[in-house]
Write a protein that binds this ligand. Sequence first.
Ligand code: NAP
Length: 359
Amino acid sequence: MGGERRGRGGGARRGGGGGGAGAAVVTGCSSGIGAALCGELARRGVRVFALGRDPGALRGLEAEGGAGGVVALRADVTDAQSLETAFAEAARQAPGGRIDLCVANAGVSGCGALAVQVRPPLPAPPPSFAPPAPPDRPPCAPPAGPRPPRRTAPPPPGRAASSDSGPLQEHRTVQSIFDTNVTGACATVQVAARHMLEQERQGPGGLRGVIAVTGSVTSEVCMPWAAAYCASKAAIKSLCRTSALELEPFGVRVTHLYTGAVKSKIADNALARDPLASYDAPDNPYHPYAAAIRGRARVSQGRAAWTAERYASEVATALLSPRPPREVVAGGGARALRLFARTLPERLQDWVACRRFGL
Ligand SMILES: NC(=O)c1ccc[n+]([C@@H]2O[C@H](COP(=O)([O-])OP(=O)(O)OC[C@H]3O[C@@H](n4cnc5c(N)ncnc54)[C@H](OP(=O)(O)O)[C@@H]3O)[C@@H](O)[C@H]2O)c1
């Protein structure tokens, strides 16, 4: 690496470090933000290693290429070994063996009421250990209007629902959100950081490399019906801030991508995993909120959403600048929501959230 190339934001730059990445690894590239970032970086002359669970789904990116070229590699971020293997292969193929930029982007969303989103089933407890029946009272205040009779209670945390169908069917959402968005992002940052720590400092900023993680406005703005997703993105914000402190002395920059609404497959993918049918059953305690929960599932895909290409262009300009910022704010509503979260009292924020999401 190290050849001259032209960056859209600032003309010709020398590759390496923060002066513009010569080679980049991006996770979660089969659609949406990841796919758009690969295309944008490659067009700017960066050699891109596009990681995904199904390399077949990345062939289009490889074919489209761009000046830098795109190479598809298999990696599931919940499988640390597959990440190690993909990074090793990327470093082997990268010009000069350097990985200058890593974007930990893979993520999943999930919608629903936390009380009925439980982790994967544990073995059923023996009858003698069965918990006592909870008192027959509603767990939350229902919206105005006639309330259906409540016949079933949510399973206690960690306990499987009694069947795979019905109003309280098993949702594997919480565990998979944390496995992918938090543990997967941590693993990606770790593997990238280890590669970068072994590299020489390069570029105008004297950086060894840049690591960015796709976070979300939900790291600060608490949006009902997505507690696990919001919590996972709050963890990402913390991961970025903390690892930035640990890596800064060694010349590795960590950037939090504070992301607003962007057109992608995120809602379709979440609804394919959990179509929210369980909320249609009248004996689901959250049945009265079914419409609000469905609306929340697609909230990021409304008219305010940026195209993935616009988002990728803004992010690429920031990440390829000589001194990438610690935080990039991009996507529909991101600036306004950041201001909302950082200036209004929490009680006022909660009031707005309840009005917006049907509580
Ligand atoms: N779109 C928005 O409005 C928005 C807003 C804020 C933050 N974000 C964040 O942006 C990131 C990208 O999401 P997107 O909106 O572009 O959604 P998307 O179109 O659904 O893309 C998500 C990508 O992550 C991949 N992925 C999921 N689990 C994975 C795993 N275990 N290992 C490797 N890859 C995995 C998916 O690959 P498969 O094809 O294999 O499933 C897909 O390529 C996520 O972190 C998301 O939380 C999005």
